[in-house]
Ligand binder design. Structure first.
Ligand SMILES: [Zn+2]
Length: 318
């Protein structure tokens, strides 16, 4: 087997956003307190994806003002993985891309080894401490980090003691579809799920994962797509995953070309954002390269960011 090529682009170790030299010197992730829960904003790294795919029907002329594209039409994105902690409960929401990509895919997406485990260790934790993983859906940039590529070949569970929560509809679609577009979107799934098959909890709709933390089906992006909500002590946090992947997607019609039901994405998004404004919820963005999480405000009909937690090195100009 060929050795993987060294990571290039934005995951190079000299990239200033998170990593300063050796990985044990990684900056400790930013935290937010929601009642009894601490939420730490882990990232599995910066990557790039086609801007047209990220903004669907929105013309490049409009999205490139806030999301400049490179010479391959790719925009800079994050892989936000909120870590929800209360006592012994340690819950990872989505797992990023991980280190399973081929050398060609690493070049296409400008992603390297993945930083999720480094971020956990910067908090003084180990992968074995994670008790639950909630997967919003099974696209490669959300479930890839559920496994780690072993030096000896093959894949091992990234979080060996965690129960993994995913909607049964999403599992069935990912494993059973004969549609060409969907088969391409889920071609990585067996590689990711086979090593963890004994730990997967197939969910039939909304569920409370631990008291105060729920996974709620949103649909839209995929039929089984789910968001994660934390309510505690009068405060609330929601990770909307690919329903609002960047700050720009707060606008109703700004949705990804990947959405299987864009109208349902818009309905879900409108409902959650209205509640977030009215009840001062914190929301986090799955792929925003500048902002991990924010409270949002309605400024004469336009949603804007209020208090926020920025991605280190990425906050300029928001
Ligand atoms: Zn995504």
């Amino acid at each position: 087997m060929l050795a993987p090529r060294p990571a290039r682009g934005n995951n190079r170790r000299e990239e200033p956003a998170f990593i300063f030299g050796a990985k044990q010197q990684m900056e400790a992730p930013a935290k937010l307190q929601i009642g009894e829960f601490t939420i730490a904003f882990l990232s599995d790294g910066i990557w790039r994806n086609d801007g047209g795919c990220m903004f669907g029907v929105v013309p490049r002329e409009l999205w490139q003002r806030e999301h400049p594209a490179d010479d391959q039409n790719r925009i800079r994105l994050n892989l936000t993985c909120p870590l929800i902690i209360r006592g012994r409960d340690v819950i990872v929401v989505d797992t990023g891309i991980g280190n399973r990509l081929s050398a060609v895919e690493r070049r296409i997406f400008d992603h390297g080894e993945g930083w999720l485990i480094d971020g956990l260790q910067a908090l003084g934790m180990e992968p074995g401490d994670v008790t639950h993983v909630i997967l919003s859906h099974l696209h490669f940039d959300h479930c890839g980090g559920i496994v780690r590529r072993r030096a000896a070949g093959g894949f091992a569970p990234a979080f060996p003691h965690a129960r993994i929560f995913v909607q049964r509809d999403e599992l069935d679609l990912a494993r059973g579809t004969r549609n060409e577009r969907l088969r391409a979107a889920y071609r990585h799934v067996e590689e990711c799920l086979q090593p963890v098959s004994g730990s997967i909890e197939a969910m039939a709709g909304d569920a409370e994962i631990v008291p105060g933390v729920s996974a709620i089906v949103s649909g839209g992006h995929t039929e089984g797509h789910q968001v994660t909500i934390v309510h505690s002590g009068g405060a609330s946090f929601v990770h909307l995953a690919d329903i609002v992947p960047t700050r720009s997607h707060m606008r109703g019609p700004w949705n990804q070309a990947y959405d299987l039901d864009a109208i349902r994405t818009m309905d879900s998004k409108a409902g959650y954002l209205a509640r977030a404004v009215a009840e001062r919820w914190w929301i986090s963005f799955a792929h925003d390269e500048r902002v991990f999480a924010a409270q949002i405000e309605n400024d004469r009909g336009r949603l804007v960011l209020g208090a926020r937690i920025g991605v280190p090195g990425g906050l300029d100009g928001v």
